[in-house]
Design a protein around this ligand. Structure first.
Ligand code: DGJ
Length: 725
């Protein structure tokens, strides 16, 4: 009896030894500071085991336990928010995903990882794709799905990423706003339940909220301390960010195109690719997040991030629609004389049957208006060239006024619901970019303008409304829910063609201000117009929020007149310049209306800007004092070699006894010695900085004791240049 039992035990042991052992793999997506780790076992669910700071030793990731479903699907055992929801051809509403394999490759700075998942029952394959940027320390994640179900499947949820965190508390900073008040920051603690930030408006989709966030663990987000996950979606269409804190206190973040009213009929053997979600995890607060995003953007995220951005004078606030050749020639001459590098002609230069003399008509008719510009655009390009500056042109090629020749010819090209009254915004409608013929037309607008007027160096691409009455005359009735997605894909096709033919043209992304700012679109554009609000005080807040994610080199900031056209606020010219100089300097006013004194100040300021431009445009940003927290605000740029730095400080409100918060600098080399010098001085303003002027301090001193000088008056501002000896 004893022998029988012993032999069965031996057989069992041998059988076990012969059975294939399923080994759990550890998949690590890693950058220089961040790690995202998965546990995978063939034929089993994929789990995320970690998202946080990178470990020194890679082998130690293997000890991590599987913690969270890495990409939960609807219909199985999970009950939380699903990252993917499909209805199969037989009506089955469930999808299960198991791990199949992983592929990695390496392109120097970028490590690519693809995790292959499949449904064990239905022929559906899902790929979780990652690009880990080693140096800039950010990760892009997106999802690809395809299948071979003959009759097709319907996608109801199609996220780009699903990431989980386990902390005691979560603090979310969102960036919301509206026209002329973009990128306003608001922080709140997330408690149980789901918080959604989203956009459902298809185009100009950042009008009310931006697809970016900061998520701080355990404490409110701080500039130089604490664990922060920061992310943004690279997509200009409708988007959604879902933050779910579940019953266990874990946080799940789902990002992607907004599935709202957008279910997608996916035919077999067609890859459906989601936009990338860009994120980084910092253990040293939000400052580090910013510098990582900026460095990444300059190398990968914006068009030609290494070239210098030009200063320019834009005629929009100078003339609006009221100008002629003579007026523009005058502005061009003044722009050149003042030291600008480019003149940008804004809206109002086109339309003949319906002259574009207001925003009521003419949009779509891209022929030069003969009355205003009898000698065409070419004559203005020549005028600019003769004066030694470049010429740029405004276009809004995706849009159309119903009162236009284009609409008379092609009423079937506009987005609107059949049988419903047309709904205009700013008297305009949107062209249906799902239609390849419309794509050709939009490309031809750009191409024709460029071909007919050789020498145009710059395009401002505007987009002044969002989608309502959203229906496409081109898409089939059963595919109408594809409109929000296919519109953006159509836009990308046009922009691909534009960039292929015009790789060197500088392009500004504008959407009635910052209605379309994202890295999906910015890869085609050199810079963006963040707001029609040029009031310098409001701009401090708008630019403060924007620069968490987007670098100052791409952020066009223009000096305009007082009282400001939108806010009616009166702010000194120096303050207006000092704010614009902290980003990409431009001007939006009629120079001939300036006093000689102001003009002289402006000329000097432009030259001063050239002296610090490379620091502002290519340097690292450090935020010193937040405008949300006190009367004085300050920020600093430092060159990569830490040889030069420039500090901007603004007093937002008068303080009777003087505002004396020290400016404790950051990012310098403690062992270098820096000479400090105030630039862009206003001779009329008493300088409380004079006791420091020309002195030399060590980086150590400046980063501990700092620069200490008092500011008293509302709209006092200082720009301080530091140069290492
Ligand atoms: C909205 C833009 O934001 C402005 O700068 C200007 O270009 C107008 N459109 C022109 O219509």
């Amino acid at each position: 009896m004893k022998n029988i039992r012993l032999s069965s035990l031996v057989i069992l042991l041998i059988a076990c030894a012969l059975m294939p052992v399923k080994a759990a793999e550890t998949i690590v997506i890693e950058t220089s500071g961040t790690a995202l780790v998965f546990k995978a076992e063939a034929g089993e669910k994929l789990y995320q085991s970690y998202l946080g700071q990178r470990l020194e030793s890679k082998t130690e990731y293997e000890a991590f336990s599987p913690a969270f479903d890495a990409f939960p699907t609807f219909g199985g055992k999970a009950f939380g928010e699903a990252a993917l929801r499909i209805v199969h051809q037989d009506g089955n509403t469930s999808t299960e995903l198991v791990y199949e394999s992983v592929e990695t490759s390496n392109d120097g700075d970028v490590v690519f990882t693809t995790i292959n998942l499949k449904d064990p029952v239905y022929p559906v394959n899902v790929r979780l794709c990652f690009k880990a940027y080693q140096k800039s320390d950010v990760i892009e994640q997106w999802m690809e799905i395809e299948h071979t179900e003959k009759k097709g499947v319907v996608l109801y949820d199609f996220s780009s990423s699903y990431l989980s965190l386990a902390a005691q508390k979560y603090f979310l900073t969102e960036f919301h706003g509206d026209w002329a008040q973009e990128m306003q920051m608001e922080e709140q603690q997330l408690i149980y339940g789901t918080k959604i930030i989203d956009s459902r408006i298809g185009v100009r989709s950042n009008q009310f909220a931006h697809a970016c966030f900061l998520l701080s663990e355990n404490q409110k987000a701080a500039e130089n301390s604490g664990n922060v996950l920061a992310g943004q979606l690279e997509w200009p269409g409708s988007w959604q960010l879902r933050f779910e804190v579940n019953q266990l206190g874990d946080l799940h973040l789902i990002s992607g195109m907004n599935p709202y009213a957008s279910h997608y009929n996916l035919p077999q053997k067609t890859v459906f690719k989601t936009p990338a979600f860009l994120f980084t995890y910092s253990n040293a607060g939000t400052g580090l997040v910013t510098r990582r995003f900026h460095r990444w953007a300059k190398q990968y995220g914006i068009h030609d991030g290494s070239r210098t951005r030009m200063t320019l004078l834009n005629n929009w606030e100078a003339t609006y629609f009221k100008f002629n050749e003579e007026v523009l020639k005058g502005i061009i001459a003044d722009a050149a004389d003042m030291g600008f590098e480019l003149f940008l002609l804004d809206d109002g230069w086109f339309g003949n049957k319906y002259p574009r003399n207001s925003d009521h008509q003419g949009l779509g008719d891209w022929e030069t208006n003969h009355e205003k510009l009898p000698n065409g655009l070419g004559c203005l390009v020549k005028e600019a060239t003769d004066k030694g500056i470049q010429f740029g042109i405004w276009l809004e090629p995706e849009m159309i006024n119903p009162k236009s020749e284009l609409y008379e010819k092609h009423p079937e090209w506009v987005i609107t619901q059949p049988k419903r009254e047309i709904d205009t915004q700013r008297h305009q409608m949107i062209l249906d970019l799902t239609n390849p013929k419309v794509q050709d037309y939009v490309f031809s607008v750009v191409d024709r303008t460029m071909q007919q007027n050789p020498g145009i160096a710059y395009i401002k691409w505007d987009c002044n409304r969002y989608m309502t009455n959203a229906a496409s005359p081109y898409l089939k009735p059963q595919d109408q829910s594809h409109l929000f997605i296919e519109y953006t894909r159509g836009l990308y096709k046009v922009l691909d063609r534009v960039r292929e033919k015009y790789p060197d043209t500088h392009m500004m992304l504008c959407s009635g201000g910052g209605g379309r700012i994202d890295y999906g679109t910015l890869r085609y554009f050199d810079e963006f117009w963040i707001s029609d609000n040029t009031d310098a005080l409001d701009r401090i807040f708008i630019q403060w929020g924007t620069t968490y994610f987007f670098p100052a080199m791409a952020l066009a900031s223009h000096v305009s007149v007082v009282p400001n056209h939108i806010t009616k606020r009166i702010i000194p010219l120096k303050f207006r310049f000092d704010v614009a100089m902290s980003a990409k300097l431009g001007m939006d006013l009629q120079p001939k209306d300036m006093s000689d004194e102001d003009k002289q100040f402006a000329k000097n300021a432009i030259q001063e800007y050239y002296g610090i431009r490379s620091i502002v445009q290519q340097g690292d940003l450090y935020r010193l004092l937040s405008p949300y927290e006190g009367r004085r605000t300050a920020m600093q740029y430092v060159t990569e070699d830490k040889q030069k730095s420039v500090v901007f400080s603004y007093l937002l409100k008068k303080t009777i006894n003087g505002e004396r918060t020290p400016l404790v600098l950051q990012g310098l080399d403690p062992n270098k010695h820096y000479t400090v010098k105030e630039i862009n001085k206003d001779p009329k303003q008493y300088s409380w900085f004079s006791s420091l002027e020309g002195k030399t301090f060590s980086g150590d001193y400046l980063m501990k004791y700092g620069l200490r000088f008092t500011m008293y008056n509302e709209y006092d501002s200082k720009v301080i240049l530091l140069e290492a000896r």
